[in-house]
Design a protein around this ligand. Sequence first.
Ligand code: CA
Ligand code: CA
Length: 220
Amino acid sequence: MFPFGLTHVLAEELFPVISFHSDETFEADSEGGASIFYPNPMVVDDLDESFGANCLPASGDFFPLGTTTVYCLATDSEGNSASSTSFNIIVVDTKAPTLILNGDSSIDITGGDTYTELGATAADIVDGEITARISITGSVDTLKAGSYTLIYDVSDLSGNSSQTTRIVNVSDAFAPVIELIGDNPQIITRKQAYVELGATATDDVDGEISMDEIEKKRFS
Ligand SMILES: [Ca+2]
Ligand SMILES: [Ca+2]
């Protein structure tokens, strides 16, 4: 016969103990999260061989994006239960979405023609179709020749972003505008000498064109 105090101590030692399981972080690999496989924490017991604890959500279950607490229980063959333990499974999304332009990344249009924005499409492993989240900055002035850059930007719900650009080249299809200096028509009296007052010319791309160039074109 053991004294009462000693049997009490022995009885306490019969309870199994679930070993510590640290938090684990995984990359999401499908829409909304990932199926996660983790090693069940081992249970140490005085009589039973060590065995894996019962945990929920179980290894292999689908874990949503974010932090999920897994609770573990264990009971030995004598029916003694371990104190429950827990650890966190953290599912993160660190991958940027794909962003694909509709149409070419470089487009040439004739000045004065209409530029039609074809947009782009975006998809993310975790967030799925996110085309609606694309923003486009920049604009095309089809009435002014030049090279315009449009920037397409999209972020997934975890803040990972992708960017791409499109260049739109508007060709110079606009003739310079000539403005005559002085009245038109000019009224001169008989025998009065005609004095050429000249003209000015401006072009949307070249700006002001000098009289010399106008003269050259007149006689070329
Ligand atoms: Ca035991
Ligand atoms: Ca992502």
